[in-house]
Design a protein around this ligand. Structure first.
Ligand code: 3MF
Ligand code: MG
Ligand code: MG
Ligand code: MG
Length: 386
């Protein structure tokens, strides 16, 4: 039974199931869905919560009174349907004011406006009970490097994030700030293009402990990278604060397909990694239905994301319980002579013993690792014949 339950911690953005199918070559193909209706539908499908940009809920030009009315209605829907808002973020990319970036714009007025908009959106996120606050720098980039020195851009980016960390502390919000890297689109190049770049940047902030990552499958995959390795590095650094799950082909435009729709094997190892790592955050889907779909197709899409995750989770359990696979893995990881212990940490005596070892290089080079067998057994689990 692959029925999603609240305890699975599945979340969707309002902007995901609410996506109306606009693309650079064509207009909307679906009617917008009211946020309160999305809350109801997702709850019925078994999701835990819904995430949002400020303007997914409150229009950018809303008056204070309109804002309060919209937020009150939305909170009522959350209560009525037992839904939470675990993550909030700022739309710093849609309005023309951000065409040269938000925190990295050449215009200091735009940078100040971006800070104001983010502080207000943090107030909103805190009011809705969000614990994670995401920074996707969608417009933080360039088409031409003639326009700004990338070192200056990083300096501005850092100043703004440092500023917002202090705002968070002063207000007592205690958000976990999660940076979401992306290599390009909508800018020709976006700063902090991949997970590794963001990890390096976090170390230069005033309060690195407040910052972590929100890696997205599509974004690392657009760059042709192995998403499982990126997530593993974030976990290894204690920085996996959130995750954006979806589907994407390498080398294409930003597709945001249903989770698991592309590269089943990578997604299998991704789910296995998340489940085995002790990651306790949300399983968030940042994706949307194909443009061919009507509203029914949107809910098929949402169901599909969660169902595929649960199927892959079960496949991971099957992988772990498979005697032949486990036998191969056991053989690969045996260390009958205790050599691994010598490598684990440097000491003069460990160095001495390694220096004195006689290696049969030819024999070591002839060894077969049986990865063909291992991968085929994995494939057979995924293909449902094992
Ligand atoms: C774009 C994205 C964004 C971010 C969002 C913050 C609109 O490719 O992935 O979605 O995820 O802004 O979470
Ligand atoms: Mg994305
Ligand atoms: Mg995307
Ligand atoms: Mg995303």
């Amino acid at each position: 039974d692959y029925t999603p339950q609240k305890h699975h911690k599945f979340t969707f953005g309002l902007w995901t199931v609410g996506n109306v199918g606009r693309d650079p070559f064509g207009n909307a193909v679906r009617e917008p869905l009211a946020p309160t209706y999305i809350v109801k539908k997702l709850s019925e499908l078994g999701a835990y919560g819904v995430n949002l940009h400020d303007n997914d809920l409150v229009p950018i030009d809303a008056t204070a009174a309109e804002r309060d009315r919209i937020v009150a209605e939305f909170k009522k829907a959350l209560d009525d349907y037992g839904m939470r808002v675990p993550m909030a973020t700022t739309n710093l990319f849609y309005d023309p004011v951000f065409k040269d970036g938000a925190f990295t714009s050449n215009d200091p007025k735009v940078r100040a406006y971006a800070l104001q908009k983010t502080m207000r959106a943090m107030d909103l996120g805190a009011e809705l009970g969000a614990e994670v606050y995401v920074f996707w720098g969608g417009r933080e980039g360039v088409e031409t490097d003639a326009s700004k020195d990338p070192r200056e851009a990083l300096k501005r980016y850092r100043e703004c994030l440092n500023f917002l960390a202090e705002y968070d502390i002063e207000k007592g919000y205690n958000f976990k700030f999660a940076i979401e890297p992306k290599p390009n689109e909508p800018r020709g190049d976006i700063y902090l293009p991949v997970v590794g770049a963001a990890l390096g940047f976090i170390a230069t902030l005033n309060r690195p402990e407040k910052f972590g990552l929100n890696p997205e499958y599509a974004h690392e995959t657009m760059a042709g990278l192995n998403f499982v390795h990126a997530v593993a590095q974030a976990i290894d650094a204690g920085k996996l604060f959130h995750i954006d799950l979806n589907g994407q082909k390498i080398g294409r435009y930003d597709q945001d397909y249903r989770f698991g729709a592309e590269d089943l094997k990578t997604n299998f190892f991704l789910v296995k990694l998340l489940e085995e790592s002790g990651y306790e955050g949300m399983r968030h889907f940042d994706a949307h239905a194909y443009r061919t779909e009507d509203e029914e197709g949107v809910w098929d899409f949402a169901r599909g994301c969660m169902r595929t995750y649960l199927i892959l989770k079960e496949k991971a359990e099957r992988f772990n319980a498979d005697p032949e696979i486990q036998g191969l893995l056991h053989e690969l990881n045996t260390d009958s002579e205790g050599i691994g212990g010598l490598i684990r940490s440097y000491s003069p005596s460990n160095a001495q013993r390694i220096m004195e070892m006689q290696f049969d290089r030819a024999a070591l080079g002839k060894r077969g690792y049986a990865y063909e067998k291992l991968d085929q057994l994995t494939m057979e689990i995924l293909l449902g014949v094992r």
